[in-house]
Design a protein around this ligand. Structure first.
Ligand SMILES: C[S@@+](CC[C@H](N)C(=O)[O-])C[C@H]1O[C@@H](n2cnc3c(N)ncnc32)[C@H](O)[C@@H]1O
Length: 276
């Protein structure tokens, strides 16, 4: 390995960046002039734009996540444009897509889906790809998130299937067969304890669920049963300690709890309800 690689790798290690080799390789490839992939063991300085590389490396050394630096994050079967205005779509949220596939058996069903708090549009876009004849309404309160979702929808040629609206749940009308959401659900205390990568680089509006983290579930419970057709489903992501509270909140509003799904760390993560 040449000195350039060794010294930059050391900078990342000194800052205790978790996967220094992987990150260095990604940053080099993000700064390259050439088409071919840059490999650390066979690196030549002429391959990269040094100024660009140094500025992105400094961002990583300041703990900015790689996804925000290269504006790209993978989710389900696609890559998505992301920036500082949207939450990076997370692997645990992919369980929402899996549950939709478990529940809606016919992939060409003409279903109406609502995605509340769409952010990058990752859930809405993944569902549009899986369910060929679906019509999806994706809403978010943030103007900047709507811009990011719009870019992803246009990039993937899905603007005829996904209707994007800057609004909140209390302004929604119509009836849906399936409602999905990964709402902000951190309590005030949880938000104070998140990593620097999250605290400094993820938007607070995507995380803040109020004092106890449950504000959105209470809002949803008031409104959602009125915009579900009979036999419709609600699939939501929850925080690891919110299962019992969410079960109570939604059963008071007349929804039927069907199942919960745990993530790979065996933490409660997804809940499925149906309309009675
Ligand atoms: C946890 S993020 C989820 C983003 C994306 N759905 C995902 O799973 O990666 C929550 C999203 O809800 C949006 N949001 C916050 N308050 C909202 C509200 N009152 N109505 C609609 N969306 C809201 C935020 O802007 C953010 O994009």
């Amino acid at each position: 390995m040449n000195n350039f690689i060794i010294s930059n790798l050391q900078k990342l290690k000194n800052k205790k960046i978790q996967n220094p080799e992987i990150d260095l390789r990604i940053l080099l490839n993000n700064s390259k002039y050439t088409e071919s992939e840059i490999i650390l063991s066979n690196f030549n300085l002429d391959q990269i734009n040094i100024e660009h590389f140094n500025s992105t490396l400094n961002r990583r050394l300041a703990n900015e996540p790689i996804s925000k630096i290269i504006n790209n994050k993978s989710f389900w079967k696609d890559d998505f444009y992301v920036n500082q205005f949207v939450l990076d779509p997370r692997p645990e949220t992919e369980a929402i897509i899996e549950e939709c596939l478990n529940i809606i058996k016919t992939k060409d069903s003409h279903i109406k889906i609502l995605d509340i708090g769409t952010g990058s549009g990752a859930i809405a876009i993944s569902l549009a790809r899986e369910f060929n004849n679906s019509h999806i309404t994706a809403i978010d309160i943030s103007d900047q998130a709507i811009e990011v979702a719009k870019k992803n929808i246009i990039d993937k040629n899905l603007y005829e299937k996904i209707e994007l609206k800057k609004t909140t749940i209390d302004h929604m009308n119509g009836k849906f067969d399936l409602i999905v959401s990964n709402p902000p659900y951190l309590s005030k205390q949880d938000h104070e304890n998140v990593s620097i990568e999250i605290k400094n680089f993820e938007p607070k509006i995507a995380l803040d669920g109020g004092e106890d983290g449950l504000n959105f579930y209470r809002e949803f419970a008031k409104k959602i049963p009125n915009i579900m057709i009979k036999d419709a489903y609600l699939i939501i992501e929850i925080g690891e300690k919110q299962f019992n509270d969410c079960k109570d909140i939604f059963s008071y509003s007349g929804l039927n709890f069907l199942k919960k799904v745990q993530d790979l760390q065996k933490k409660d993560r997804i809940m499925v309800f149906s309309k009675l």
